[in-house]
Write a protein that binds this ligand. Sequence first.
Ligand code: 6GU
Length: 223
Amino acid sequence: MNIYYLTLFPDMYEGVLGASILKRAKDKGIVDYHMINFRDFSGDKHNKVDDYPYGGGAGMVLKPEPVFNAMDSLDIGDNKRVILMCPQGKPFDQKLAEELAEEDNIVFINGHYEGYDERIRTLVTDEVSIGDYVLTGGELASMTMTDAIVRLIPDVLSNQASHQEDSFSTGMLEHPHYTRPREYRGMKVPEVLLSGNHKHIEEWRHEQSLKRTRERRPDLLDG
Ligand code: 6GU
């Protein structure tokens, strides 16, 4: 998979994409990350990327030229998802992560302004938000999405079973986990987990999952 980030702040990506599992996925040749500074595509002698809104009002608007020119430079044809990062987009969730994990090319368009010139939306297949709060720009949101997507690509995680049991893949939150020691500061590991009875362990985990989901996220159990 190739992932392209149209951004004015390419440096923001280095730490996140250059560490841990996202880095390992790249080192294994499963994914590649491309940061494109669309200021380089402004076509303007002052490298201007934003301007005042027609009709007046507060804030600046991202101009169409830098984004259209940067998109033209990609040369990846139609086989791509183009995601506009914006708080008004559809909410990102595990289902969308699973869908995007099957793509060959993903382009994230990251604004840092009050708004995008509306014509930019003609380039876009999806408008996505990562939650009901406002960030200063799309970069952190596109890195969050990248993390959720890349870990789902086959052979990125060593243990394939691990994401079939993820919270949200099962429709429920995960059950509690314990490791050694059996007792720590007076807190004991539940007896059933030490029993060796796999049927009882599975039942206990299922009950705990259900209990936790009911308490914390009853919305997940609707339907
Ligand atoms: Cl995608 N962008 C911005 N600027 N803020 C957000 C967001 C995106 N998702 C949630 N808040």
